[in-house]
Ligand binder design. Sequence first.
Ligand code: ADP
Length: 516
Amino acid sequence: MIGNADTLQDALMEIHRLRAEIELLKVSEKRHREFSETIADWFWETDTEQRFTWVSDEFQTVLGVSPQRLVGKRRWDVASERMEIDSQQWQAHIADLTARRPFRDFKYWLEDGDGRPCWIKVSGIPRFHPDGSFAGYRGTGTNITAAVETAHRMNMLNRAVEQSPASIVITDLSAHIQYVNAEFMKVTGYSAEEAIGRNPRILKSDLTPVETYDSMWSALSAGEKWEGELINRRKNGELYWELASIQPIQNVEGVVTNYLAIKTDITQQKLNEARLANLVNELHRSNQELEQFAYVASHDLRQPLRMISGYLGMLFKTLGPSLNDDTRTFFGFAIEGAKRLDRMIVDLLEYSRIGRQDAPQEPMNLNEVLADSSRHLEVAVSELGAAVTIAPNLPTIHGDRLELVRLFQNLIGNAIKYCAPDRMPRVEVTSSDGGTEWILAVKDNGIGIGPDDLQRVFGIFQRLVTRDQYEGTGIGLAVCRKIAEHHGGRIWVESKADEGSTFFVAFPKKQPSTAA
Ligand code: ADP
């Protein structure tokens, strides 16, 4: 019996030992499972034919697809057909499986529960029965779609930065360059190797005002973005302008770790601006010179002209009785020519005076202005029996009273003068709101203007009619245009030959800051 008791004792100890071993195994299995879970999303097993025999429940959690959908199928039966997979990679995978070799990180596409293709990474090791015969594979699977998408996005952004038409420079906090893109190298002439590790000071030209750097550093040290212009020097010594935007970059914890500078080479733009400013100055100067010349010339020309007409008159008076008909006519032509020349000079003088006085522009009620203009035309209006109507609600604009009176006097005067022989002249003055401007319209029922002449009529000495038809010098509308432009406005005409014309003048509602 003692022997039996010993055997029982041994058996109990064995059980105790086995239990302890099982506990150890459980702990160890839990450990290993936890380790594997940190590196994979799910687990799977296949049989000797590569058919899934088991897929862990996590597959459902990760992809929204029941693991049962895979059971009985092979990897190539379940791979998404919508996405291309490199055939060489498949062949290498099949070769691994055939040789029963372990494989790592084989990547293919599976569709998730919503039918979206997901990029999957699987690793597996062959498993064998105790007798050494092949039993299938066992392994892990991971959904790497998000990681791949992030990598793809990073790659795209990287390319965008690399190929950006702006220079991009990243420095650390002590202003050592860490990154430059291709455009930086193109603009500055420094290669990445030459630039990295150095201070952007290598580009400094000493021509950028100190205040610019002061404002840059005070913005950056306050954690703010700075924008401004820098005059820098390329590696070959050439100067260039850049428009720079520099900002501090924070890491995920909100700590500033770098500075990012995005810069555009604006040298050409600067040169163009300077060229344009020179041209404008030059134009302004030559315009002033021309105006001065026109003024002086017309002013000084009147004096000798007056002598010519005066002495012609005296000669005519003295010789009058002894002249025959022909010589009388010749005298008449000469005196008439001198008079006409005087009128033209007077008109030219008036034209060159517009805008010279630089009288302050004041609020002008256009109804009052138009009343003055009409008063000057009373004689012509009554001689021709014209009907002139002026809308009672014309706006008030900023302007020079004398010039505005002249402008409308010319337009209404023409509207009456260029009347058709078969009808009484009718003229209407109205206004309309053009948003940022007031638009005045002077409409007549006269002879009209052909489509080809609508622009030409505003030029100096441009006439569409002969002097025997309608008297005039061809300066009136040029004067109107100069006055409109002096008020920051514009003038144009719409017309139909034989039906009438409408002249429009647009005045800005806001007082122009610089008179034209
Ligand atoms: P002028 O009246 O002294 O000839 P303007 O500069 O005022 O000079 O006008 C230029 C030309 O435009 C005129 O000769 C005429 O042919 C044409 N014109 C001007 N106003 C009108 C109008 N209201 N209707 C038709 N033609 C016009």
